[in-house]
Design a protein around this ligand. Structure first.
Ligand code: ATP
Ligand code: MG
Length: 243
């Protein structure tokens, strides 16, 4: 691997909410075009890791480096402008704006993006049918599609997807998997957190396991799938439950 392949490096990151010490020296890296998953139980620190990367919860110790530039300590908006986009757990679709307005607004906030709103309707046909529906009238699955589309229309270089399947019906999860398979074929590097371990295994090539704010394992998905101890201790699944 040449040095140019490294897109993002998280090194020794410690993060806090007030006095609560949540991340204890997280190390993680993403190479060009990879889909990497960050797995772990409820409260393990997955969301906090993503918030540290995008500057919402700035690291108190350690660094985050994006293509050779230190971004830890930078403003949230400046990090976003570099092309690092978080699709948050709670989706945050604008409830009183239509699908079209949600997408146009996102597009306007990233004027340098070559992606168009119409392209998003090609990728997410369900959104094309809902153009004039308000965000608040969409189902959970539709809001999730919109949330991903909003990030995608900004032509992200790095896409952080925080539990995209949370609260979705199984049939919608299948749709989302198909859409994300297309998305990851495009020119984007992805970090994905999931409670739905199978979903993460279907999409990612490599994974990290976090527990109590520390990375306890990293390796290829094939290896995690075979490690009954990791599955049981940190992911609360057994290999029998996986496909
Ligand atoms: N805003 C907050 N203020 C204080 N503590 C928080 C806050 N958000 C999260 N925490 C705590 O930080 C720890 C890590 O939470 P985090 O949200 O990063 O976990 P997670 O791995 O994303 O979990 P989940 O799978 O439930 O989304 C937990 O103990 C949680 O209670
Ligand atoms: Mg979370």
């Amino acid at each position: 691997m040449t040095e140019g392949d490294r897109v993002l490096t998280v090194e020794g990151v410690h993060a806090y909410y007030g006095n609560s010490h949540i991340l204890h020296g997280v190390d993680l890296d993403l190479d060009e075009g990879e889909v990497v998953t960050l797995l772990g139980r409820n409260g393990a620190g997955k969301t906090t890791t993503m918030r540290s990367i995008v500057g919402v919860v700035p690291p108190r110790e350690g660094t985050v480096t994006y293509r050779g530039q230190q971004i830890s300590g930078m403003d949230v908006d400046d990090i976003s402008d570099l092309g690092i986009k978080l699709v948050p757990e709670d989706r945050r679709v604008f409830p009183t704006l239509s699908v079209q307005e949600n997408l146009s607004l996102a597009k306007r906030l990233a004027p340098e993006s070559d992606r168009t709103v119409d392209e998003m309707y090609d990728i997410f046909p369900v959104l094309a049918e809902l153009k004039s529906s308000n965000g608040q009238n969409l189902s959970g699955g539709e809001q999730q599609m919109l949330s991903v589309a909003r990030a995608l229309v900004q032509d992200p270089d790095v896409l952080l997807l925080d539990e995209p399947t949370e609260g979705l019906a199984p049939v919608i999860v299948d749709d989302l998997r198909e859409v994300l398979r297309d998305v990851v074929e495009q020119n984007v590097t992805v970090l994905l957190t999931e409670q739905n371990v199978q979903f993460a295994f279907d999409l990612a090539e490599r994974g990290y396991i976090i527990d109590k704010g520390e990375i306890v394992f990293d390796g290829d998905i094939e290896e995690i799938e075979e490690r009954e101890d990791l599955l049981e201790d940190y992911l609360s699944v057994s290999s029998g439950e996986l496909e």
